[in-house]
Write a protein that binds this ligand. Structure first.
Ligand code: PRP
Length: 213
């Protein structure tokens, strides 16, 4: 008899794509497709409950073992870190972290300390630390593109998907900081406790991904 496992799935853009993958892999996701305000849904034909959560909380629930599995973007993994296994690149939710400036700015052509705005201060810190560059990082909660436009910072480190937001705001990407896509993560204890079930789940997702690269 299989134990029911829990998977935390990031709400928003990654949810629809996760549901699509699961359905292709043969898991009935009916309840997750029409969630209403309900946050926990049992899959009818597989011993798995889907928990809908915000990206950083997906990591918190998996790390603390109240969810066995999680689906979360690599952007959140890089920013928040944590102890868990990252077992599969799900191939969707593809975008990148980029360093971007106002068009015409010579970002590296000065010795003064640059100011960088980002929703991801840890990713930004690690990027410039690797370069041995001292920068001031200002945490912004959203629409980071405003910071250089308003003259608050010299640059931003932000998610770029199509590039449309940068372009519409007169900014240009000058360097890729990291590539991002959705990842399947697993709690370290669950990996041992539910070894066979988790292997089966990963194998089904993997087979589907290989069939639809
Ligand atoms: C993200 C990101 C960029 C935009 C990039 O913002 O922070 O602003 O999407 O996408 P694009 O390259 O396809 O234009 P989001 O929509 O999550 O809103 P926010 O800026 O308010 O966080």
């Amino acid at each position: 008899m299989n134990e029911r496992m829990r998977i935390a799935i990031t709400k928003g853009r990654l949810l629809d794509k996760s549901v699509k993958l699961f359905e292709q892999a043969g898991f009935d996701c009916g309840p997750v497709k029409n969630p209403g305000r309900c946050l926990v849904h049992s899959l009818p034909n597989y011993p798995l409950d889907a928990v809908l959560a915000k990206a950083p909380d997906v990591i918190t629930y998996v790390e603390n073992g109240v969810c066995d599995l999680g689906i979360v973007g690599r952007d959140t993994i890089l920013e928040k870190g944590g102890t868990f296994y990252e077992v599969l690149d799900l191939g969707f939710g593809k975008c990148r972290f980029a360093l971007a400036v106002k068009e015409g700015t010579d970002f590296y052509g000065t010795y003064k300390t640059r100011r960088i705005a980002s929703k991801y201060p840890e990713v930004t810190r690690a990027f410039f630390e690797k370069k041995g560059m001292d920068v001031d990082i200002i945490k912004i909660e959203g629409s980071v593109e405003l910071a250089p436009i308003l003259g608050l910072t010299d640059a931003i480190v932000d998610i770029v998907e199509t590039g449309a937001t940068l372009k519409a705001n007169g900014l240009v990407p000058i360097e890729t900081v990291a590539d991002v896509s959705a990842r399947l993560i697993v709690n370290t204890a669950s990996m041992k406790l539910y070894k066979n079930q988790i292997s089966d789940f990963i194998a089904r997702c993997e087979a589907e991904l290989e069939g639809n690269p």
